[in-house]
Design a protein around this ligand. Structure first.
Ligand SMILES: *Cc1c(COP(=O)(O)O)cnc(C)c1O
Length: 380
């Protein structure tokens, strides 16, 4: 069994995917061109924002946002403690300071209450200037943007949506990657909208920022690539990936989002309250980058992983510890802000992600669920 079945996805859509790859090869244009601009238009349209600027990966997309906003030394950027490393990695790159914030125990997303507490703490301490909140759509579920937006408005902060795992999700009718002042996504193959290599995109309604991102991503270009007006990056999405992504976006819309939500409801049904299953808030739609359950403790989790492994069921621990526990962030006490992070600790020691993708079959979910229920009884 596959953790995320990209092979079946390819085989099912082979004719279309092969054909767009072939047409890029025949054109012999591998950087830029109409596949890239078409994709950007389709993505902006789908998400419901004015501008989509593609780039090389999701990490660059986050960094581009911070560069455009001129975030730097002395600035505080609030980041959930429980997320992929990239979300916070970009903050020291622009010489700003990440301030880790605890999560909500049910949704695993940044806790608005802890966020406000951390902002007040930073203001009281007076060493850093609060500037940005990065909210992550963890495992596919949009963060609590109504509550987070109220806080960024109150403290006059910029909101950056890290929708690397969230593409395709919604709150009501509003789609993920449209909630931030700038929002980003990643097209890493295993994400809800993945390409066949690395890729990413930045979304915004702001014309000026969009222009700046276009410049920063191509060596700080001015009139053209050989007129350089600022220090930038080389961060392009290549033509092949853009062509593949147009097919992938179509199938995501056509059936993948429905299928993956069907798989989630099968898990809910067949796991039958034997373990803690993911909570999706009322009115929220997840794109299910991961399906993550909670076991009673670390020991039970590792035993469950052993049982699953013996049955050839892959499972992953996303994520085994909070970012504030990462050695890379340990160099300075200032990174430890908001060190009261009990929910991150609780979840990171108990979480287990199960196979999840739009091609998961009901029999497979039944099998996985039976093994988990057996494993729980075996333990007891
Ligand atoms: C994958 C991921 C990123 C980074 O995306 P890349 O394309 O791998 O650079 C950023 N944030 C989160 C939450 C992610 O899951």
């Amino acid at each position: 069994m596959e953790f995320r079945d990209l092979r079946t996805q390819y085989l099912k859509n082979k004719v279309q995917i092969d054909s767009v790859i072939q047409s890029v090869l025949s054109s012999a244009h591998f950087i830029g061109g109409s596949p890239v601009t078409q994709l950007e238009e389709k993505l902006a349209d789908y998400v419901g924002v004015k501008h989509c600027i593609s780039c090389a990966n999701g990490t660059d997309a986050l960094q581009l946002a911070l560069m455009v906003w001129g975030i730097g030394e002395g600035d505080a950027v609030f980041v959930p403690d429980f997320t992929f490393f990239s979300t916070a990695e970009v903050v020291p790159w622009v010489n700003a300071t990440p301030v880790f914030v605890d999560i909500d125990k049910d949704t695993f997303n940044i806790s608005p209450q802890s966020l406000e507490g951390a902002i007040q703490e930073v203001i009281k301490e007076g060493k850093l200037t609060p500037k940005v909140v990065i909210a992550v759509d963890l495992f596919g579920q949009p963060a609590d943007f109504p509550a987070i937006r109220a806080i960024t408005d109150k403290y006059n902060l910029l909101l950056l949506e890290d929708g690397a795992q969230g593409f395709g999700g919604r709150i009501g009718k509003q789609r993920a990657c449209s909630f931030g002042d700038i929002s980003i996504t990643s097209f890493f193959p295993a994400k809800p909208l993945g390409c066949y290599g690395d890729g990413g995109a930045v979304f915004t309604d702001n014309d000026e920022w969009a222009k700046l991102i276009e410049s920063y991503k191509v060596h700080g270009k001015g009139e053209d690539k050989y007129d350089n007006v600022r220090i930038g990056l080389n961060s392009r999405l290549d033509t092949l990936q853009a062509a593949i992504l147009q097919v992938k976006l179509r199938i995501l819309e056509d059936y993948e989002l429905d299928s993956v939500n069907q798989a989630a409801s099968w898990y809910e049904k067949y796991l039958d309250n034997s373990v803690v299953t993911p909570v999706v808030k009322e009115g929220y739609i997840s794109s299910w980058a991961q399906y993550t359950i909670l076991l009673e403790d670390e020991n039970k989790r590792s035993k469950m992983q052993d049982i699953l492994r013996k049955c050839n069921i892959p499972s992953m621990i996303y994520y085994p510890k909070g970012l504030h526990e990462q050695r890379a962030f340990k160099q300075s006490a200032q990174y430890m802000k908001g060190s009261e992070l009990p929910n991150t600790y609780y979840v990171s020691r108990r979480c287990l992600s199960l196979p999840m993708h739009p091609y998961l079959r009901e029999e497979e979910v039944i099998k996985i669920s039976e093994i988990i229920i057996y494993g729980r009884n075996y333990e007891a």
